[in-house]
Design a protein around this ligand. Sequence first.
Ligand SMILES: [Zn+2]
Length: 128
Amino acid sequence: MRELRYNPLLGQWIMVSAEREKRPWRPKDFCPFCPGGEETGYGWEVLLLPNRFPMLSFNTPKPESKEFYKKARALGQCSVIVETPEHELKDLEELPIEQMTKVVQLWRQITGELKKHPSYCISINFSK
Ligand SMILES: [Zn+2]
């Protein structure tokens, strides 16, 4: 189950997804995005991975919506971009300009692809 729910008190839509509960717990010092990992492999500079536990999906069913408690489909795509194989960095600002350029080019490519979808309306990029 993933859906958008309208909070009439705040006048805002929120995303709710039970899919996120399926994420596995990992050891404290384990990073699934380091080079050589199960999904990452080697030989990349910027990596695009599908989010295995996405909050949004283009294949999500329409939820039952009631008059006061409005719901809507949680349409969208969630991906993970690994900005660099150098995981010792603490923030994007530490990336060399050449590497940051590659990251922005990938953002641009993904946004361009998403814009072709009839349900597209916004792209949000965030870094952890
Ligand atoms: Zn890592």
